[in-house]
Design a protein around this ligand. Structure first.
Ligand code: SME
Length: 155
């Protein structure tokens, strides 16, 4: 794997293209899921400097905090609870422009204003989620969704 992260200049699309290629390279060389989650959250943060980027894994029927970059976060989330638990229950990406408008949103930090949560799927079941928070409203759009779903599909 490359020892440093190459960060594309230009717009979001270009940045995701470069990021995605590097995530593919990283994961080809490393089979351990936790190691990959740790580096993927670091690579997303280095590229975009979001407020919080990380993973939760489904363990014994609950989402448990996994590798992340950013401030302290809540550790366990039940199915159907908050944005993460909704992504799990619905097996569908949740794109939330304003977290205060999302019923049941779990506020790990009052600084978080918008959020995207992408489920990680295996054999039709959710095995975890990739969760990204922004301190700005409406940070995430279909471009983020497309690329983050491609990254999630690698897990
Ligand atoms: N806001 C999330 C909880 C996880 S933190 O944002 C890291 C939710 O509502 O599921």
């Amino acid at each position: 794997m490359a020892e440093h992260l190459e960060i594309a200049q230009g717009g979001k699309e270009e940045k995701y293209e470069v990021l995605y290629r590097q995530v593919v390279d990283l994961m080809e060389d490393e089979p351990d899921t936790i190691a990959n989650m740790a580096n993927v959250s670091a690579m997303i943060q280095d590229t975009f400097h979001f407020w919080w980027t990380g993973f939760y894994r489904v363990l014994d029927g609950v989402l448990v905090l996994g590798p992340f970059q950013g401030p302290l976060a809540c550790t366990r989330i039940k199915c159907g609870k908050g944005v993460c638990g909704t992504a799990w229950k619905e097996k569908k990406t949740q794109l939330v422009p304003d977290v205060e408008q999302f019923p049941g949103h779990i506020a790990c930090s009052s600084a978080s204003k918008s959020e995207i949560v992408v489920p990680l799927m295996k054999d039709g079941e959710v095995t975890g989620v990739l969760d990204i928070d922004s301190e700005f409203l409406s940070t995430f759009d279909e471009t983020d969704q497309k690329w983050l779903e491609k990254i999630a599909a690698l897990f």
